[in-house]
Structure formats: structure tokens, C-alpha cells
Design a protein around this ligand. Structure first.
Ligand SMILES: NC(=O)c1ccc[n+]([C@@H]2O[C@H](COP(=O)([O-])OP(=O)(O)OC[C@H]3O[C@@H](n4cnc5c(N)ncnc54)[C@H](O)[C@@H]3O)[C@@H](O)[C@H]2O)c1
Ligand SMILES: [Zn+2]
Ligand SMILES: [Zn+2]
Length: 374
């Protein structure tokens, strides 16, 4: 069959993307689902900074690639051997397929699935196959999803069946921003009720971390960003204190407003400067967690002695250390109870044709989450 998709042919084109148009909306050939694969009618896909990082070259991937990894849709057809999903089921995509058998999968850490990571790095599905083609040539899959498209063939191990009562444009957010941000708080850091938390970088991931901190019962939630509008939004979502990261005294100010730092600090901007801030506002004995994905060449330095003498911990968090099949339904249940208002992260919905303009807005920090509806 044929499908429209947003294809990146060249990384690192100049901004504004409205003019350079790094994403080309075009018709591709989509092969039918192979064994263990599913044809999904994509209904919504969010614009995440990790897509932007492929576009600007910070997260190099093989091209041409059909982008989009935060998506939700409806099952149209199942491939051979898929028995636990049926036509019409609503699904959210997880951006790392988990094979279920490799060492991290066996240990309950599917975010680190080794065949999943290998497939994602190569831009293929878990089967090693490409299902997208243009004029007979392969188009790479983005993180096993390629969700900026009307249809996608996706491995069963990348799909989570969800409650059909939640609208697709909200369901999509659970696939990346919510899993990553809420999971960093609840799984990676395991924030305890009554503790103090800071979030540095208030995009879709950081604001989800903030909502996660509220769910965890944090007594103080410090929100930090370079953009005053993000600080306002954070305040309305439960931040107790907000700080402008551009203030040269921001670290001292936060340390004096807290008990000389917070117990848990989250870096969710994807820039080393934000990681430095997060580390410096973590108190003695505290935990600094990063979900940020800067360019592979970026280095982060700390005074070594603080790690030892202050018994500090630094943790990385990929997909919020989630088990997607366990955590997406849990977070959706919290959303339905009104305890995780992720709909407040939605800045706007866009048609696929405006995707380049959408990435301009994300790059300028003008959006929490923008979602393409399909
Ligand atoms: N670990 C994972 O599994 C995972 C998943 C999704 C996204 N990510 C990464 O998380 C990061 C955030 O993603 P997003 O989609 O929320 O991005 P986003 O662009 O929506 O938000 C980033 C925010 O950081 C702010 N910021 C920039 N520089 C800052 C600084 N020095 N101090 C404080 N704030 C600063 C921006 O103003 C913006 O509000 C990116 O690096 C992305 O690639 C990681
Ligand atoms: Zn993402
Ligand atoms: Zn695995």
C-alpha cells in the first residue's frame, strides 16, 4: 500500500525549517506487516526534541529516515503470529522495541533491550527489515515507529494496547514525554513522598517529570528554564518555586531557597549547562538524574570529590526506566483520575503539512508539546 510520511533526507539544514524544509511530506510504499508485525493507522504523533535532534544532527541517524516516535493509532491488520492484538485496538508506540529475551529484558529493564537498540541504531524494525520504500530504495524507520505518517508497520514488541476512551492526541504523549518524564521520577529516582525535587528544562519531558513529582508527593518542586513562559506553565502545574536559568546566580538562589539543594534534581533539557545546574543544585546525599540526550561529543565534568565526600548519585534515565506495557496503562489510569494532567502539556495540534513550522516552534522553545493529528 501507499502512505504519506515525513521523510528526512539531510541532517543539519539551517533554520528556519519553514524555509529549508528538512522534512519532506511524500508518498511511500509500505509493505504489509511481516510475522510479529502490525499495520497501524497512525492518528496522532507528538513533536519531541529527540526528533529535532535528528533533524539538526545532534543525534545522528541513517538517512533517509521517516521520522516520528511518539505516536498513537489504531490496529488495521496483524501479521502472522500476532495473537494478542486485534483489528480496531488502540495502541501507543514505545520507541524501544523489547525482545523479551536479551540480558536487560530478562532483568526487567526493557528500555535497554540490546536487539531493540541495535535495530533503532540501524533504522530498521526489530526483525531487521525495512517496510518503507521509495522507488524501490529503503527508507529507514525512526525508533521502530516512523509515526509522522498515515500508516506504519510496527513490531508487536513496540506496541502497547491502551484504553480506547482516551483521545489519540493525548494517548500519543504517553509514548515518549510522559513515560520519559514520569518514569524518571517514579522508576529511575524513586522519589519519596515529602522530598524536594528540581526539574531543569521544562519541555514535554521536564513538565512530565514535574507532574510525576507531584504524583510522588514531593513537598517542594523547583522548576528551572531559560524561558519565562515555561516557568509560568510550570507554576500552574504544581511547581512551588520557579527560577530563570539565565540568572548568573541561579544556583545560589536555589540553594538558599531549599535545604542547600534538593534531594532529587532532574536534567530534562538535553544541554550540558542544564546538567551542570542540576548537579550543583542537588544537596549532599542527593540524586541527579538526566534524561537529556546531547550530541555524543558533549562531555559533562564534576568536581570528583563531591561525588565521594557528599555521597552523591548521578543516574541516567532512558524512557524513564519504564516497562512500557506496565507503565503506560498505569500512567493513563492516573491521567483518567485527574492526578496526572498530561493534557495540559499540549500546546497545539497541527496538520502533517505544517510539521516543519512545528519544529521551528519547538526549536525556539515556544511549545511544550505539539502534536500532528492524522
Ligand atoms: N531519555 C529519554 O528516553 C528521552 C526521551 C525523550 C526525550 N529525551 C531528551 O530529553 C530532552 C528534552 O526533550 P523535550 O522534548 O522535553 O525538549 P523541549 O525542547 O520540549 O524542552 C527543552 C526545554 O529545556 C529548556 N532549556 C534549554 N536550555 C536550558 C538550560 N540551559 N537550562 C534550563 N532549561 C533549558 C528549553 O527552554 C525547553 O523548555 C532532549 O534532550 C530529548 O532528546 C530523552
Ligand atoms: Zn521523544
Ligand atoms: Zn531485549
Amino acid at each position: 500500500m501507499r502512505t504519506r510520511a515525513a521523510v528526512l533526507y539531510e541532517m543539519g539544514l539551517p533554520t528556519p525549517y519553514r524555509e529549508s524544509k528538512p522534512l519532506v511530506i511524500e508518498e511511500l510504499d509500505l509493505e504489509p506487516p511481516g510475522p510479529g508485525e502490525v499495520l497501524v493507522r497512525i492518528r496522532a504523533a507528538g513533536l519531541c526534541h529527540s526528533d529535532l535532534s535528528v533533524i539538526n544532527g545532534n543525534r545522528p541517524r541513517p538517512t533517509p529516515m521517516a521520522l516520528g516516535h511518539e505516536a498513537a493509532g489504531e490496529v488495521v491488520e496483524v501479521g502472522e503470529g500476532v495473537r494478542d492484538l486485534a483489528v480496531g485496538d488502540h495502541v501507543v508506540c514505545a520507541f524501544v522495541p523489547s525482545c523479551g529475551h536479551c540480558p536487560p529484558c530478562r532483568e526487567g529493564r526493557p528500555a535497554l533491550c540490546e536487539p531493540g537498540a541495535e535495530a533503532n541504531n540501524k533504522g530498521v524494525l526489530l526483525s531487521g527489515q525495512h517496510r518503507l520504500k521509495k522507488g524501490g530504495a529503503h527508507i529507514h524507520h525512526h525508533l521502530g515507529v516512523s509515526g509522522f505518517a498515515d500508516y506504519a508497520v510496527i513490531d508487536r514488541h513496540s506496541l502497547i494496547k491502551v484504553d480506547p476512551s482516551i483521545p489519540f492526541h493525548e494517548a500519543a504523549l504517553f509514548g515518549c514525554a510522559v513515560m520519559t518524564g514520569v518514569g524518571a521520577v517514579l522508576n529511575t529516582a524513586q522519589v519519596k513522598a515529602g522530598s524536594s525535587v528540581a526539574v531543569v528544562g521544562l519541555g514535554g519531558v521536564g513538565l512530565s517529570a514535574l507532574l510525576g513529582a507531584a504524583v510522588a508527593g514531593a513537598r517542594q518542586i523547583v522548576a528551572v528554564d531559560v524561558n519565562p513562559d515555561k516557568l509560568k506553565l510550570a507554576k500552574s502545574l504544581g511547581a512551588t518555586d520557579t527560577f530563570d536559568a539565565r540568572d548568573p546566580d541561579v544556583v545560589d538562589r536555589i540553594r538558599s531557597r531549599t535545604e542547600d539543594g534538593v534531594e532529587y534534581a532532574f536534567e530534562t533539557a538535553g544541554v550540558v549547562q542544564a546538567m551542570q545546574t542540576a548537579y550543583r543544585i542537588t544537596r549532599r546525599g542527593g540524586v541527579t538524574v538526566t534524561s537529556g540526550l546531547p550530541h555524543p561529543k558533549e562531555q559533562f565534568a564534576i568536581p570528583h570529590v563531591t561525588l565521594t565526600a557528599e555521597e552523591r548519585t548521578i543516574k541516567g534515565s532512558y524512557i524513564g526506566s519504564c516497562i512500557p506495557s506496565r507503565d503506560i496503562p498505569r500512567y493513563i489510569a492516573l491521567y483518567k483520575q485527574g492526578r496526572l494532567p498530561v493534557d495540559r502539556l499540549l500546546t497545539d495540534t497541527l496538520p502533517l503539512e505544517q510539521i516543519n513550522e512545528g519544529f521551528d516552534r519547538l526549536a525556539r522553545g515556544q511549545a511544550a508539546r505539539l502534536v500532528v493529528t492524522l
